[in-house]
Design a protein around this ligand. Structure first.
Ligand code: NIG
Ligand code: FE
Length: 441
């Protein structure tokens, strides 16, 4: 990770249920000692064929990793025949299994791969309804446009709080089963003061990584007055939303908000203590990436249409480029040029963008497979981007790695190597998930 990032924040996730907490045995792996809940007891997870630590100083070399080759090894810090010790909700030891310390409990990973839980740093999970017909029309040749968001705004406004929360919980459970242990999510389908604030309130009950996106599109209530809507977003709506959010986001795009409007919105959010991230350069070239760098946004998301100047600006900043291949898949759009970004030295994150319009997938493994097959990322790069990259996009140092001091967020794959995430696309390989030291899936 880039040096000089802010210090880690406290663990944000809700506690798992008690019955989950008492279950420590993994399916398809041998638990040698009795089950226990996440407490101060230490647990050794051993017989790991390949362990992804994301600490390059720990691992053996990678065959091809442009950005990190000069560092002499894989970005993943891979250790073979490895073990991890977790104590309470943190990792306390990582290394060669033959050197592992004594622990209270022991779990046999059965020669499988273990990696950090996925960090999905971009999703839109507080919504109602779906857009099956719109997707169907696209697959018959119609183009994607920002206008479809209005369909979800109408359905979301009509939904009860309980319906919105039930939807969120359902998509989170889906994501967790597929290895996501930290997620960010946004408002953006309410577009009134009350509806944006309630979306954020509901989201904040499930994660600390909450983003105010009142500037998703100009509200349908302001058809001829975009400036009036920007005033609302930067005024009364911001006041109502800021208490629930860490981040502020804008969809900077033709048909949504231009560069000047986006700057005004993000600056207002900054003044209220929110930190920027931007939907930038998704559907066309535009000012989003440059604005993200200018404002030290944590992330510029999508980055599908980039000029050489945009790539340079990202490479000389600490703004992460978050690539969202589910969106290109589901809108039949051209792929972002991940190789160009990586070769220029840009920090790249991979996320789902899970939303009912442009990318209705909660699966990080699916995005990894797309990134490798269609965006020319190596499997190592894609796995790094979906773990440490996501953490960088959220300016977090306590997640996305398996080294002493990190949160004990781990995935066990039913495969001997992380490469199988791309090699075996569509196969549910995630066979165990620990979050904050407790097995939750
Ligand atoms: O990230 N681009 C803007 N927002 C979403 C799509 C939202 C929608 O179509 O409902 C995205 O792709
Ligand atoms: Fe998005």
């Amino acid at each position: 990770m880039t040096p000089g990032r802010p210090p880690p924040r406290p663990a944000p996730e809700p506690a798992p249920t008690a019955d989950q907490a008492t279950e420590d045995a993994m399916s398809n792996a041998t638990t040698v000692s009795p089950a226990h809940s996440a407490s101060t007891a230490s647990t050794l997870i051993t017989n790991i064929a390949a362990l992804v630590t994301n600490d390059p100083s720990l691992g053996w070399g990678s065959p091809r990793s442009s950005k990190f080759e000069s560092g002499g090894g894989s970005p993943l810090g891979l250790i073979q025949d490895a073990a991890v010790v977790i104590e309470g909700d943190h990792v306390v030891w990582t290394g060669d299994q033959s050197k592992a310390p004594a622990t209270d409990n022991r779990v046999d990973a059965g020669g499988r791969a273990v990696l950090p839980g996925f960090v999905d740093s971009h999703s839109h999970l507080v919504f109602a309804g779906d857009r099956t017909q719109e997707f169907n029309a696209r697959m018959s040749g119609r183009a994607y446009s920002a206008g479809g968001i209005r369909t979800t705004v109408a359905a979301t406004r009509a939904a009860t709080d309980a319906e919105l929360e039930a939807g969120l919980t359902r998509y989170l459970a889906e994501a967790l089963r597929q290895g996501t242990t930290t997620f960010e999510t946004k408002s953006g389908y309410g577009l009134t003061v009350e509806d944006e604030a309630r979306a954020l309130r509901i989201a904040a009950a499930h994660t600390d990584e909450v983003t105010y996106l009142g500037a998703h599109i100009v509200s349908p209530d302001y058809p001829d007055d975009p400036a009036g809507y920007v005033s609302l977003v930067t005024g009364e709506m911001l006041d109502a939303c800021a208490p629930y959010a860490r981040w502020i986001d804008v969809f900077c795009e033709k048909g949504a908000f231009d560069g000047d409007q986006a700057r005004a919105i993000l600056m207002a959010g900054k003044a209220k203590g929110l930190h920027p991230r931007i939907h930038a350069n998704q559907l066309s070239y535009g000012p989003g990436v440059q604005l993200a760098v200018e404002l030290d946004a944590a992330s510029a998301d999508h980055c599908t249409h980039l000029t050489a100047e945009d790539v340079d600006a990202l490479a000389n900043s600490r703004t992460v480029a978050t690539l969202l291949p589910g969106a290109e898949f589901s809108t039949r759009a051209e792929w972002p040029n991940a190789r160009r970004l990586l070769d220029a030295g840009v920090t790249v994150a991979l996320s789902t963008d899970c939303n009912p319009g442009s990318s209705f997938t909660s699966s990080v493994p699916f995005c990894i497979a797309l990134a490798v097959r269609d965006m020319r990322m190596t499997p190592d790069e894609a796995v790094w981007s979906a773990t440490a990259g996501g953490a960088a996009a959220l300016r977090r140092e306590d997640i996305g790695r398996l080294t002493p001091g990190a949160c004990a967020d781990l995935i066990l794959l039913d495969a001997p190597s992380h490469v199988h995430l791309a090699y075996r696309p569509g196969v549910p390989l995630v066979s165990g998930v620990w979050r904050r030291g407790t097995r939750v899936a």
